[in-house]
Design a binder for this molecule. Structure first.
Ligand code: M6R
Length: 605
């Protein structure tokens, strides 16, 4: 999704901006641009369709120099991906703006500006902002005052960075509904849509709040709230970034991240130290003790982690648990009983729908717990309780290690809740499941060559069905999501028992059916469902416990999975499905780490 980098310094900033854009590439984008104010107070601009590499090549051919600049990666919402629609947008050969978010009243503003003779050069909602700045600047004392007036006219969500070639030392930034941080350097200031963009220049950040406007100069910064009053925002000092974020010898980040999972699980749940209530926050023990129900909200893969947790929480803690995609919950009036714990799950901590859903329920005085991979993120800051997964930076758009560490965290949450309602009857089984998960994943990774061979059967397919029962139904959903997002094969998941209620009509020799078949109480039920598939000529790919008795034969491909702890099995089977999707995508030649049309961090709704 769109990314912003901006800098005000006493040195050339073009390379800082380009490095920031490179660091934001993982978020997904279709075009990029950069604007600088040079020493002669001229506004200079490069925009390119495609990758940041195109911008770098433009910069090599015609270097832009300057100590004040803004840059952007765009993920199209309003208007096709094109150089004209790429940011920065400019007006009067003087002002330039980059923007994340959506200006909902852009059509009204645009038609008003066009009525006044303004000619628009793009189809974007963003361009209204820069023309409003151009129009209002003569009536305001400076750029800061102008932006303060302009944001009053905007409806929707925005994070913006603005420069004016007539004020070559001033960078103005503002946010409402889209994330934006200020990076504090020594004698230089930066802004970015996330901290990752700026980690090459600083580890010290201010997280702006909704309604904040920042005025940055090389040696100073000021923050103003929505009333225009100066405000002190907390300064956060982050740990220096880890060195293990590099691709190394792997072909793709996704493969690297799949292989990291044993260690990331150990980082999330350290061996021999199952989490206590305190690991969720100082007030967690008290909150858990009065929890009567759980409402989980999340999107995409994180939603699937929530669905798994529902099975666990209801089975072991014996309290009702609802799970809903955040984009639905945020626009309805759910009945949430007193004593409900709101649990949001998010890798990035910046997903706009999840954040909005938390805020939607937040007014009801309910406790909020974030299970999140990014400290200081918006979702973490919106929650009283936090459990940080330790997946590390996840670069591949397809979520892998974030999901399995979320499952580990949710196991720890279930353990805490069950400890209260069931007086710790289950503590031992969760502790051993959490301890066994890394080794179970290592054993699955050893099957990689076999899974790669299996993947070849999918290369020419257009559709696939994934089946699971019980807690493995959401695992099948996650397997289907992985396959569709990186291989572009249409895949759907069903609870296996639903097959004969409709989807069986789709089954023929062209429809591969992937079944998740651990050796649990539902195995025999699943076996019958798979017989129904075989009887219709469907080709089966069964991920089955080695002791389950499934055997390969004509039209049946069995991958014998190492036996593992029943509670850890959702994690282990997920890893096998991740490898299947990865190798199908590689065989089909897709852009595995940056699949088409998708963004890593979905900061607009
Ligand atoms: O950062 P989040 O966990 O909140 O993101 C939620 C989804 O956008 C994300 O899981 C998405 O579905 C992934 N591409 C799945 O691989």
């Amino acid at each position: 999704m769109c990314g912003i980098v901006a800098a005000a310094a006493k040195r050339e900033v073009s390379e800082i901006l380009l490095e920031g854009l490179r660091r934001l590439e993982y978020r997904g984008y279709d075009s990029a641009g950069i604007a600088l104010v040079d020493n002669d107070k001229n506004l200079q601009l490069h925009k390119a369709l495609g990758r940041v590499a195109e911008l770098e090549s433009a910069q090599r051919q015609r270097p832009l120099l300057g100590c004040l600049g803004i840059a952007h990666t765009r993920w199209a919402t309003h208007g096709v991906p094109s150089a004209a629609n790429a940011h920065p947008h400019t007006a009067g050969n003087r002002f330039a703006v980059v923007h994340n978010g959506i200006i909902e009243n852009h059509a009204v503003l645009r038609s008003d500006l066009e009525g006044r003779g303004i000619v628009f050069l793009s189809q974007t909602d963003t361009e209204v902002i820069v023309h409003l700045i151009d129009q209002l600047r003569p009536t305001c004392s400076d750029l800061l005052a102008t932006v303060q007036q302009v944001v009053k006219k905007l409806e929707g969500a925005y994070a913006i960075a603005v420069i004016d070639s007539d004020e070559p030392e001033t960078l103005v930034v503002a946010r409402d509904g889209s994330p934006l941080v200020i990076g504090l350097g020594i004698g230089e200031m930066f802004a970015g849509s996330d901290t990752l963009a700026l980690r090459s220049v600083t580890d010290t950040f201010i997280y702006l709040e909704d309604g904040d406007i920042g005025c940055l100069k090389a040696g100073s910064y000021e923050v103003f709230d929505s009333t225009g009053a100066t405000i002190e925002r907390e300064v956060s000092q982050l740990e220096p970034p880890k060195k293990d974020d590099l691709l190394g010898s792997y072909d793709h980040y996704m493969l690297k991240e799949i292989h990291e999972q044993p260690q990331r699980l150990r980082d999330t749940i350290p061996p021999g130290k199952p989490p206590s209530a305190l690991d969720f926050g100082a007030s967690a023990a008290e909150v858990f003790s009065r929890t009567k129900a759980v409402q989980i909200i999340a999107c995409g893969t994180s939603y699937h982690a929530g669905l798994v947790a529902k099975y666990w929480i209801e089975a072991f803690a014996k309290i009702p648990c609802s799970v809903e995609v955040a984009s639905e919950l945020r626009y309805r009036e759910p009945v949430v009983v007193d004593g409900t714990l709101i649990v949001s799950i998010s890798q990035s901590g910046e997903t706009a729908d999840t954040l909005a859903a938390i805020n939607h329920l937040g007014g009801q005085g309910l406790a909020r717990l974030a299970v999140c991979n990014v400290d200081h993120s918006a979702i973490v800051r919106a929650s009283e309780l936090v459990f940080l997964t330790q997946a590390g930076a996840e670069i591949g758009v397809a979520s892998t290690k974030a999901f399995t560490t979320q499952l580990a965290a949710l196991m720890a949450l279930t353990d805490q809740l069950a400890g209260i309602t069931n007086k710790n009857d289950y503590h031992g089984i969760f502790a051993s499941a959490m301890a066994s998960a890394p080794a179970a994943v290592t054993a699955v990774l050893a099957l990689e060559p076999k899974i790669k061979a299996m993947a070849n059967h999918f290369v020419a397919k257009h559709h696939a069905l994934f089946l699971g029962r019980g807690v493995f139904y959401p695992i099948a959903m996650e397997g289907a999501l992985k396959l569709k997002e990186i291989s572009y094969i249409h895949a759907e998941a069903y609870p296996a028992g639903e097959l004969k209620h409709g989807p069986l009509a789709l089954v023929d020799s062209d429809m591969p059916v992937v079944a998740v078949a651990p050796n649990n109480a539902l195995l025999e039920k699943l076996r019958s469902n798979l017989e129904e598939v075989r009887a219709r000529g469907g080709e089966l790919f069964v991920f089955a416990d080695e002791a389950s008795g499934f055997e390969s034969g004509p039209g049946v491909h069995v991958l014998a999975m190492p036996h593992c702890d029943e509670l850890a099995a959702p994690i282990a089977y997920t890893v096998a499905l991740q490898l299947l999707s990865y190798y199908v995508a590689v065989a089909r030649g897709t852009d595995v780490d940056k699949p088409r049309n998708l963004a890593k961090s979905v900061t607009v709704e």
